[in-house]
Design a protein around this ligand. Structure first.
Ligand code: ATP
Ligand code: MG
Length: 388
């Protein structure tokens, strides 16, 4: 019997009416993209699901791995596809259960087509009766070891025992494009991923002080982007040389204000790159109160350096929660590789925690802000990533 995979997508509750076809087209396109290079065939597009046929051989682990990373997928399951015939359903259920050890089971039938002559309860009973004898197992509706799902559609039925949770969220590209300031630390990759899950296509900007410090942070940024590209298939990474700006800042800005001034330059340069990319917002990994540059006052002062909205999806999260998510995402081992953060250059242990826009603007008068921003944007080196 051929193996199929039934992939359910679901428009977020907020997406109704006219947005629905757009959403489903996009998630289907992303699904096909995610399976690129595998001999998986798209058999049918239902209104909110896609049916795939797996080739002979054991491709399921690879398919599962890839489907788990598609934003907008709610659930998926490998299944046997049968005709609308109870005997075929029984045979498929036996095949699904063969080789598995269990002492209790239940049958869960869902009827998408009310024309089928048996009700869901009748299918449950008939299948359950046969399976009970065949496998010497008891029926347990509450805590069954295995569940046999039967999904009856107008032209066919699917029988399966394994359901995998998808990522949920919205398909990449559904909500627009943004640029993430990616540091190489723990937070910003998680922040980027959170926005991707809400349908944002993310491009990346990384600031490095090479050759003032070694090039580790660039390498980390590349590895992080490579990993995140698995969720959005293509990415751009702009590597921006920051050493010249830092030299200028060090010459005229007192140490306690340097981090805030560095960050304001980063925001301005990222904004210029975002405009070039036709992106509509910036993303950072800032979390309120986490470090001195992330006090409310400093976040306001830094954010005021650019016009574009800045999204901070981690703003309310504790470090522990962020670490947990970084582990789940797989970015954790890359992020913790030691490197010299460009913003720690010539900065005191206790930087100013309560800066105001006006006092920083006074300090910036001594700098050729526009020229330095232009120089940063002009010196950016673009790298492109693709997956698979
Ligand atoms: P992260 O773990 O993301 O580095 P953090 O807790 O270390 O964050 P900061 O180093 O203060 O906090 O950085 C705050 C945010 O500023 C980062 O999340 C990131 O979005 C941005 N940022 C900081 N340094 C860089 C950099 N070198 N290149 C790009 N963005 C940066
Ligand atoms: Mg950092």
């Amino acid at each position: 019997m051929d193996r199929y995979v039934y992939v359910s997508v679901s428009p977020d509750v907020a997406l109704k009416g006219q947005n629905r076809p757009f959403f489903t087209r996009l998630v289907f396109a992303n699904l096909e993209r995610a399976l690129d290079g595998l001999a998986v065939e798209v058999i049918h597009r239902y209104p909110l699901a896609l049916l795939l046929r797996l080739p002979q051989g054991d491709l399921w682990p690879e398919v599962e791995e890839r489907l788990r990373r598609v934003c907008g997928v709610v659930k998926f399951h490998p299944a046997s596809r049968v005709r609308l015939d109870l005997e075929e359903m029984k045979a498929a259920a036996v095949q699904e259960l063969n080789g598995r050890t269990f002492s209790s089971f239940r049958v869960n039938t869902r009827r998408g087509d009310k024309a089928f002559p048996l009700t869901s309860v009748q299918v449950n009973e008939r299948l359950g009766g046969m399976l009970k004898e065949r496998f010497h197992a008891r029926v347990d509706l509450e805590h069954a070891d295995v569940t046999v799902f039967v999904h009856i559609l107008p032209r066919e039925a699917f029988v399966y025992t394994e359901e995998v949770d998808g990522l949920g969220g919205l398909p990449i590209g559904a909500t627009g494009k943004m640029v993430c300031l990616l540091s190489g630390g723990l937070d910003s990759p998680v922040a980027a991923w959170r926005m991707m899950k809400r349908g944002v296509k993310v491009e990346f900007v990384h600031f490095h002080s090479f050759p003032l410090v070694e090039g580790t942070s660039r390498e980390k940024a590349r590895e992080l982007v490579e990993l995140l590209t698995r969720y959005q298939y293509t990415s751009k990474l702009y590597l921006v040389p920051f050493a010249e700006i830092q030299k200028q800042v060090i010459l005229s800005v007192p140490p306690r204000y340097r981090v805030v001034v560095y960050r304001r330059f980063m925001f301005r340069i990222a904004e210029a790159i975002a405009r070039r990319e036709r992106a509509k917002g910036l993303i950072t990994g800032e979390s309120l109160g986490q470090v001195s540059s992330q006090t409310l006052e400093n976040m306001v002062t830094i954010g005021a350096a650019c016009q574009m909205p800045v999204f901070r999806p981690l703003v309310s999260m504790d470090k522990e929660e962020i670490v947990r998510e970084a582990r789940r995402l797989g970015t954790y081992p890359i992020s913790i590789i030691p490197d010299q953060d460009c913003c720690s250059l010539f900065v005191p242990k206790h930087p100013a925690t309560e800066t105001s826009q006006s006092e920083i603007e006074v300090l910036e008068k001594a700098l050729t802000v526009e020229a330095l921003v232009e120089q940063g944007v002009g010196g950016a080196q673009l790298e492109k990533f693709r997956w698979p």
